[in-house]
Structures are given as C-alpha cells and as structure tokens.
Design a binder for this molecule. Structure first.
Ligand code: MG
Ligand code: MG
Length: 257
C-alpha cells in the first residue's frame, strides 16, 4: 500500500530490529512469488486473496492490509488502468491483462510491504515495456538509497528512469517508512530534485514504490472509495520493496524470499 500522509518523526531501527523485520519481509516476498505463479487467464482475483488468507492463517501471520482503514481484502489487486488499492473481486484475469499485486504481512509486530505488476498470458510489447521500466525505476531508487544521500536523490533516480522512457510518475501516492506500523514517516515520493529533502540515516527502513503510467499520471478514485485509477484510462504499473539502510552497504531488500 502507498500513503498520502504528512510526515511525523522518523523511527530509526537498530540492526537487531532490522533482523526482526526480516521474517515479515521474506513472507511477503515468498508469497508474491507464489501468487506470480498462480496468475494466469481464468484465475479469479478472489482466488489469489483466498490463497493468502489460508496461508497466513495456517502460519499465524497477520495480513496487514485486511481491515486497514477498512480495506476489505488481504491483497490489493489492481488491473490495467488501476494503479493501486484495487479490490480482489470475482473478476477473472484474461490474456493480455497486467495485474499489480500489493501485499503486506505482520510477523512479531513488524511489517513487510511489497508489490509487483505481472503480465497475464501474453501481453503487448507496450505493456511489457511499462513493466520493465517501472521495475527498473525501483531498482534505480534502491541502488541510490544509501546512508547520507537525500530523499530527493532517491526520488530523482526513480523519476528519471520513468520519465526518460516517456511515462508518467504518479504524484498523489508515495512510498513511506515501514516498521511496527505499515505507514511511518518519512513519505518517499517518486519525484523530486537531487540534493533536496532529508538526509537518509542509518536504521531507516522505507518502502520505495514507484507507480508509472503510459499516459497522463493524473489519478481518480473509483466509487468503492479505494481503487486508484488513471484518469485517462491508460495502463499503470507498480513495483515496491521494503528496504533497510545499513552501514556502508547497498540498501538491504527485506521483501524477498
Ligand atoms: Mg507501501
Ligand atoms: Mg504496498
């Protein structure tokens, strides 16, 4: 999930606390890998949600999104022009769709948050390029996210990859700090100026989550009060990892299996 909240105070994590966050992150990464295998034409979004509900119940993992400000599902499932916060409805996937799955897990009181966009069957080369560019922008952000850089450096790295490909950067929904709460300060926008914003410090754990659009990045929200779509109906992609900033190391990606 992404946030539009105002920043409060940043909560730095010790190395020990970062290790305590890893099981939740690994659970999210592993489960997204499994969901990726399940994505195919004919699969209902609700089946993906049910899979995670069953797995988390069996393993005593708290589904972070379920009930969050009233959100009614365990995954966010956002198809095609849906950007984020889509519902896991009875909609069946069809060949050529792109599906963004966002997942949060809480283990021992710590949260992991990650998302990826997956092609269903065979997708257009235009859609594939959008997925590739958005994933690349996340990795550019992660590569930049080190102790001592500024928030604007990370944002600009993400923005440059997306805009140089001719795509739009969504502004109204951004990344965030992660810890015992899914949405902690600071907000982590996907657009910004190098050299601007707060200095990134040791012990910061943040979710970077670029959302890119083929067309105009202006957003709208559906009548369900949650699903964020592109106002012009163009395709959108979303990739997210929760990463920790450690001493003299590249950012530690917590949300992988
Ligand atoms: Mg998030
Ligand atoms: Mg998320």
């Amino acid at each position: 999930m992404s946030t539009s909240q105002r920043p409060r105070q940043v909560i730095l994590k010790t190395d020990d606390e970062i290790e305590q966050m890893r099981p939740a992150g690994q659970m999210v990464g592993e489960t997204l890998d499994e969901l990726t295998e399940m994505v195919k034409p004919g699969r209902k979004l609700s089946e993906l949600d049910q899979y995670v509900i069953g797995k988390f119940k069996r393993l005593d993992v708290i589904p972070t999104f379920l009930g969050y400000q009233g959100f009614p599902h365990t995954i966010c499932a956002s198809i095609n022009d849906q950007i984020v916060h889509g519902f896991a409805t009875e909609r069946e996937l069809v060949d050529g769709d792109i599906l963004s799955i966002d997942l949060g897990a809480t283990i021992n009181g710590w949260v992991g948050d990650s998302a990826r966009t997956i092609g269903v069957g065979s997708i257009s080369s235009e859609a594939q390029r959008l997925l590739d560019v958005t994933a690349e922008s996340l990795h550019a952000g992660i590569a930049t996210a080190q102790i001592g850089v500024r928030k604007g450096d990370i944002a600009a790295a993400i923005q440059e990859v997306i805009e140089s490909a001719g795509y739009g950067v969504v502004r109204g929904y951004v990344g965030h700090g992660v810890g015992r709460d899914m949405h902690e300060p600071p907000s982590m926008p996907n657009y910004g100026r190098r050299g601007s914003g707060m200095v990134m410090r040791r012990g910061m754990v943040v979710a970077l989550e670029p959302m890119a659009t083929i067309g105009d990045p202006t957003t709208a929200v559906l009548d369900d009060g949650w699903t964020v779509v592109t106002a012009d109906g163009s395709l959108s992609a979303h990739f997210e990892h929760t990463v920790a900033l450690r001493d003299n190391e590249p950012a530690d990606i917590l949300t992988q299996a």
